[in-house]
Design a protein around this ligand. Structure first.
Ligand code: BG6
Ligand code: MG
Length: 214
């Protein structure tokens, strides 16, 4: 019997790389507000919801800001971000990622997305993966952000599978904590490998195959 029946993937930082677009969009907003912002601060926004990201940026803001103003600025950031996302195409999907996904699928694994982003479906469409996944759980169907496990719990629910049959792949520590809270095994990729809490540390996307079949 297989250890897992499904793999739930984070999108940003796992399936594709949107960091530079998030950075450019937040930088435009921060510049307009006169707030210092750099790539190091941008790295802290990984896996963090849009509004929580803005709160982190506002740590360096001297003035006061109402909830309505925050809504306006985050909407502005998202408008800029969505324009930038139009630059993405199927060429942004690496051969390694596509091969691994195809290989998992061919071997009977269900594949899902578990992402905090409200733009997940748009990004998947840009990558040519609009109809690819068996389930998509994203920022539009959750009320609590990571490290709360809601986004992954919902993904498992959409797939109709128990948590222990799903493995989560994440690039941020908050996501690994969320997987643990949701009683799911996890594979850490990139920065998340440093936290030492994932079931598997994946040095490359292809390692995922070894992890699920081990
Ligand atoms: C996560 C990103 O996937 O989605 C975060 O890692 C981002 O950086 C969050 O803030 C929300 O994204 P969006 O697309 O809804 O603004
Ligand atoms: Mg991520």
């Amino acid at each position: 019997m297989k250890k897992y029946n499904a793999v739930i993937f984070d999108l940003d930082g796992v399936i594709c790389h949107t960091d530079k677009y998030h950075y450019q969009a937040w930088k435009a907003v921060a510049d307009e507000l006169g707030i210092y912002f750099d790539e190091e601060i941008n790295n802290r926004l990984r896996g963090v919801s849009r509004m929580e990201s803005f709160e982190i940026i506002l740590e360096r803001y001297e003035g006061e800001m109402s909830e309505e103003e925050k809504e306006c600025w985050t909407t502005k950031k998202n408008d800029i971000y969505k324009e930038l996302l139009k630059n993405m195409s199927p060429a942004d999907l690496s051969a390694e990622v596509k091969e691994t996904l195809d290989n998992l699928r061919a071997n009977g694994y269900k594949l899902a997305i578990g992402s905090s982003s409200k733009n997940a479906r748009f990004i998947l469409g840009q990558l040519g993966l609009g109809e690819y996944f068996d389930a998509i759980s994203d920022g539009n169907n959750i009320s609590k952000s990571k490290p709360d496990p809601e986004v992954f719990v919902k993904a498992a629910e959409f797939l109709g599978l128990p948590a222990e049959k799903c493995m989560v792949v994440k690039d941020a520590e908050a996501g690994i904590n969320a997987a643990i809270a949701g009683h799911m095994d996890s594979g850490a990729i990139g920065d998340a490998t440093g936290c030492g809490k994932a079931t598997y540390n994946l040095t490359s996307f292809r390692d995922l195959w070894k992890a699920v079949e081990e």
